[in-house]
Design a protein around this ligand. Structure first.
Ligand SMILES: [Zn+2]
Length: 307
């Protein structure tokens, strides 16, 4: 799908919804087993606006936008068994389950591992996203061993922490995520890739909400996309950067500076329609963070020009 699918005459709502955390609550899903019970203690559900819900567990987050034409979810987490619980939390919070689209901000496993949970929706990503996912899953045994090792390391480091502290909760969530992801690697694990991909831009008109997607260029991965939701003044940036503009795009082989520069211009042209930025792990950032990232891209552009 390309620009020609772009819907014309979009209605931008005059009254933009102000973006704030209306509340956070714990998920109270049913508890079938001890692993799930432990996970449920740490799953937080936040209402960011009347139609935007974020489900977080530690450093993991997925966001759901309730539109007139169904629910759109951004990213799917690492473990499909955990993501199934995030989905339940979204359904409970919104009181509906009409999932229309799941968008992968990029192909990394901690954003696409739960794709199969939304197989009733159309999954969207960049053209490079399917190959990125397939390449990652070439050796599931090695991945499982790696996940177990990571979970063990997190479990081991808990001993020196104060129970209930922020660090303890963060580490516990990491232990749970990787433990679940390792356990997922059974017959129930399906490699689920986007069925709709695009190379440059894609616009989804969902009635009262529009989602404009643009490929950032090879950067943090080969499939990083930006998602702008003007009616919510939201910009999703995946793992491209985090607070204070700190970029996640340092590997030289993935540099695509000319493309980055043109996408930054696209973003800057929409500045008035951006209030908050949601990073790939649920961090809500401001325009200042975006500006700092833009300055990084400018520097890279200058370096490239000076070659
Ligand atoms: Zn990533």
């Amino acid at each position: 799908m390309t620009n020609r699918h772009r819907a014309a005459g979009l209605l931008i709502l005059a009254a933009m919804t102000s973006f704030s955390f209306l509340y956070w609550s714990c998920s109270h899903s049913s508890r079938e087993d001890s692993g799930a019970e432990e996970a449920d203690r740490f799953i937080r559900v936040g209402r960011l606006s009347g139609r935007v819900v974020m489900v977080k567990m530690g450093a993991e987050a997925i966001t759901a936008i309730a539109t007139q034409q169904g629910i759109v979810v951004v990213d799917a987490g690492l473990s499909h068994s955990l993501t199934a619980r995030y989905r339940k939390a979204i359904e409970k919070e919104l009181g509906r389950n009409d999932f229309t689209y799941l968008i992968n901000t990029h192909g990394h496993p901690d954003h696409t591992g739960g794709n199969q949970v939304f197989s009733d929706a159309v999954i969207i990503g960049h053209d490079n996203c399917p190959d990125e996912i397939r390449a990652y899953w070439k050796d599931p045994d090695r991945i499982r061993t790696g996940y177990l090792k990571i979970a063990d390391e997190y479990a081991g480091s808990l001993g020196g922490m104060n129970t209930g502290s922020e660090e303890w909760e963060e580490t516990t969530c990491q232990k749970i995520r990787y433990g679940h992801a390792a356990a997922d690697l059974t017959e129930s694990r399906m490699i689920t890739i986007p069925s709709v991909t695009f190379n440059d831009r894609l616009s989804l008109s969902m009635g009262d909400v529009t989602l404009d997607l643009i490929w950032f260029g090879k950067a943090h991965s080969t499939s990083d996309i930006i998602i702008h939701v003007p009616e919510e003044k939201l910009l999703f940036t995946g793992d491209l950067f985090t607070r204070y503009g700190r970029p996640g795009i340092e590997t030289a082989r993935k540099r695509d500076v000319e493309r980055w520069k043109s996408v930054m211009q696209w973003i800057r042209s929409r500045r008035e329609q951006i209030g908050n930025i949601i990073g790939g792990h649920g961090l809500v950032m401001t325009l200042e963070d975006l500006d700092a990232f833009g300055q990084y891209v400018d520097r890279k552009w200058e370096e490239a020009e000076g070659r």
